[in-house]
Design a protein around this ligand. Sequence first.
Ligand code: HEM
Length: 538
Amino acid sequence: MASVMEAFNASATPVQATFEATIASVNTGVVGKLLENTSAFSIFTTLFAIAVVYDQVSYWNQKGNLVGPSWKLPFMGPFLQSVKPSFEEYYVKWLSAPLSCVSVFHKFVIIASTRDMARKVFNSPAYVKPVVVDVAKKLLRPENWVFLDGKAHVEYRKGLNGLFTRSALDTYLPGQQEIYREYFANFMQESQEAGAPKKWVRHLRELMCAVSCRTFVGHYMSRAQVKKIADDYYLITAALELVNFPIILPFTKTWYGKKASDAVLEVFTNCAAKAKVRMRQKGAEPECIMDRWILQMMESERYRERLASGEKVPNEEKPAQLLRVFSDFEISMTIFTFLFASQDATSSACSWLLQILADSPPLLAKLREEGNKIRPDPKQFVTLDMLENMSYTRAVVKETLRYRPPVTMVPYQVKKDFPVSDTYTAKKGSMIIPSTWLALHDPEAYPNPDVFDPERWISGNAEEQGKNWLVFGTGPHYCIGQTYATLNLMLMIHMLSSEYDWSHKITPESEIIRVFATIFPMDDLFLQFSKRQPVVAA
Ligand code: HEM
């Protein structure tokens, strides 16, 4: 061994001579003698044993005093159990300690489950950055804005804020209402044809995908393209499960997910090209997020041209955000992040909302009463003012988000050693996952947390529990679409309940939570829709 080291260190020795000397010394030395009596199999098993020990020791080293399994299944850890994660297993983990751990493949994962631990992670951008899951970078593309960090992220995000202001949200309402009317009519027809309750989660996912696509890219996409994205979207979700094989191999979940996400990116790139052409036409009004963004880019360009031509432009004519011109593909990547962030979360919220209200007729009656007062004619256009006045509808939506938070875990990556608590420092490179569930089911903030009670948002003090309200995260990456998401769910449930009835077939699995990126009723929600009988005034 010594001679091998010497050969490496002797930089003046010609390579050939070094190699020969090394082989000679191996042949005659202790190592050579050992090798003579050793089979390839025993070398392999020895190396394997060393690797197993190394894997275990480095797990202990990272684990420190954290609560978690003392032993790790070599290399893969609990990968096989995690392929089909059960909510109960996660729940037990969250309850086990404010900080606990697990190691899957090469990844050491720390789970921050209490409100304060979760908040600490969300609010420590100096130490952590969002990671989603490893494969997300391959699907969304590494250069995507959501992977920006620090100042670059803050700056990029500022340029997107204008897409979610009150006046922007107002612009998107007509398109959303068009989609809801069309889909609800289809729901009813399909229910009539079926003649019995059917699993409805898939339909709700398609509905949410269609309403998102209309909001994000307006009419630039055909109905067939929306349907294709909605149908294939579960492939993307499946590829992004918290635990998945880290390399994209053909015909695996991640491979199908990558193909589906490439197709989405291509469609959105085409939409961006069309939007740029339309928005340059005289009098073109923005109808969707893409339009508004392109309009802002055009306004910024015009402002710069005026300055360049030597004009003294008054300050009040300066655009609120000066944007550069983004390429069609850059626009597509960003719009994809909106779909990516909203699709599963809104589908989850929508599923629970329909289940809970169908199972609680008095709550549904109260929601309808409010809707009827504010918009007596179900054919009337729903304005933003109307929605903002629906305080009970808002309470029902917020309580659904609290009671069944769609996003229970938000994976972050530790970018430098992070002293999470007085006694534990997370090592650079590990994953740390704040969980939202315990904060949202904290009996001190929300008394009787396992009871669905919209009143806590009206006569109770739930609105004052800002520290516990982690549904949309907190810190520099908090959900940019939170106001839009809440109003959209309010619009959906208001429009549905004012014109339709739906019944829910309760099964033993209705209340069991299935984890599929977000959370859904395990039985996939058996629903049946019918036209609501007109309300006769007393
Ligand atoms: C009920 C629906 C939704 C829920 C529960 C939800 C929840 C979340 C959560 C927990 C985060 C992580 C926050 C953090 O790390 O602090 C997040 C981030 C994000 N959400 Fe949402 N979201 C929803 C809907 C939407 C919608 C409709 C959009 C877009 C229109 C959207 C866009 C985003 C984006 C872009 C991010 C990343 C922000 C950043 O990194 O700066 N979300 N969301």
